[in-house]
Design a protein around this ligand. Structure first.
Ligand code: ZN
Length: 188
């Protein structure tokens, strides 16, 4: 098992669009295996390659829904279609989201309830998943990472203010910071 350091908000790789994958080689296989290890150790329900410092359009996800169905896989060069985001205030309890690149924090954010993911896997085989609820949220969150967007960039005014304050207080928001799952235990 190899766990990779996770970049913290402020690192340029998190704030720039990632590149399409063109080489389906052993290096890519190793990256994906290590991303699964890192996601498990963190622990998280999704992880995008830019979060481990690799500017490629790849994310992994691992989430069990209310019906005990396990949704686990890798999405390479994904496309995402979403339904409109409902208007209104996000609910603190049911719509709070976190990110391993803003570790230990959660803020509420409205997301589209439905998302269709189309991507290819490591064998370059195309697949499609029509996601709803939390899985749709995971796909939107991870897809954003590939565009250089963090969920903290999408928060509404009051929550954006609170998240900026937290990021300043923790001395994040600058290049070069990371944490290592299993080694670094961040204070809640
Ligand atoms: Zn994230």
């Amino acid at each position: 098992m190899a766990v990779l350091p996770i970049r913290i908000t402020g690192d340029p790789v998190l704030h720039s669009p990632a590149r399409e994958v063109t080489e389906f080689d052993d290096e890519l296989r190793t990256l994906v295996a290590e991303m699964f290890d890192t996601m498990r150790e963190a622990p998280g329900v999704g992880l995008a390659a830019p979060q481990v410092g690799v500017p490629l359009r790849v994310f992994v996800y691992n989430w069990t829904d209310d019906n005990e169905t396990l949704w686990r896989g890798v999405a390479i060069n994904p496309e995402l279609w979403i339904t409109p985001t409902p208007i209104g205030e996000p609910d603190e309890e049911n719509e709070s989201e976190g990110c391993l690149s803003v570790p230990g924090e959660r803020f509420p954010l409205r997301r589209s309830p439905l998302a269709t993911l189309r991507a290819i896997d490591l064998e370059q085989k195309p697949f499609e998943i029509k996601a709803e609820g939390w899985l749709a949220r995971i796909f939107q969150h991870e897809f954003d990472h590939l565009e250089g967007v963090l969920y903290s960039d999408r928060l509404d005014y009051d929550h954006a203010k609170a998240s900026r304050k937290t990021i300043r207080k923790r001395n994040w928001g600058v290049p070069g910071l990371s944490w290592l799952p299993g080694e670094d235990h961040l204070e809640e």
